[in-house]
Design a protein around this ligand. Sequence first.
Ligand code: NAD
Length: 270
Amino acid sequence: MTDAKPLMQGKRGLIMGVANERSLAWGIAKAVHAQGAELAFTHQGDAYGKRVRPLADSLGSDFVRDCDVSSESSLDALFAALAERWGRLDFVVHAIGFADPSDLKGRYVDTKRENFLKSLDISCYSFTDLCRRAEPLMSAGGSLLTLSYIGAERVMPHYNVMGVAKAALEASVQYLAVDLGNQNIRVNAISAGPIKTLAASGIGDFRYILKWNQYNAPLKRNVTIDDVGGAGLYLLSDLAAGVTGEVHHVDCGYHVVGMKAVDAPDISVV
Ligand code: NAD
C-alpha cells in the first residue's frame, strides 16, 4: 500500500467566524489543518483578534485579519489582501451568524424591521457576498461552506429570526451551487446540532435545548466541534468532489426524529 497524501495538502482556505476555541469554525480549522491545509483567519474587532491570533498561530498561520461582514470596505480590504498574499483560494468557511439577543427569546412575530434586516444581512447575505468575492480567486475550482441549524426547517424554541435567516441561507446554498457549479466551485452547508458556543449562549433556554437533543437524538449525545470538523473536512476536500447544493446534517441524527424518545427522561430534570 502507498502512503496516502494528506487530504488538504496544497489547499489554501479562509476561515471566518472563529471567536474562541469553542467555535464551530475552530473545529473545522483544526480538521483541515491536520490534513495539510494552509489557513487564513478573520475576526470581528480587536477583542476577538486577541483570542484568534494565538489560535491561528498554533496552526501555523500568520494571516489574521479584522473583518466585519456587514462592511463593504472591510471585505474589500480582506479580499485584496488574500489576492496579494495567495492569488488564489481553494476553500472558504463561513461560520458567522448574528441576531439581537432580544430577538432570541419571546415571539418571532414581534421582530422589528431593523433587527430583521441586520440578522438577514449578517447571517445570510454575507455568505452570498463572500461567494461572489471568492469566485475570481477560485479559477481552479473550490469549495464554499456555511453553517446552518435545524431551526431553518422547523420551529425551534427562541430561534425566531435566526431560523428565518438560516432558511434563507439554506435556499441561497442551492442558488449559489447552480451559479458557480460550471466553474467547479461547490457550495454546501452543515446543519449542526446544538453546541455551547458564544453565539449559542444568546439563545434562550439553551441548556434545555442541549439536554433535549442529547436525550432524543438517535446517537444519544450532542455533537462536538470535532464532529463538525470531520464533516467540514469531507465537504471541503476532494472526497466530496461530487457534492454541491447540499445541507448536510451533523446532529447525531436528531433531524430524523419526530417525537420524544420513549426512554428519554422527563425534561424537567434539566
Ligand atoms: P461563535 O460565537 O463561536 O461564532 C460566531 C461568529 O460570528 C463569531 O466569530 C463572531 O465574531 C462572528 N460574527 C458575528 N457577526 C459578525 C460580523 N458582522 N462580521 C464578522 N463576523 C461576525 O458561535 P458558533 O456557534 O461557532 O457559530 C458559528 C456558526 O455556526 C453560526 O452561523 C451559527 O449560527 C452556526 N451554528 C451554531 C450552532 C450551535 O449550536 N452553536 C448550531 C448550528 C449552527
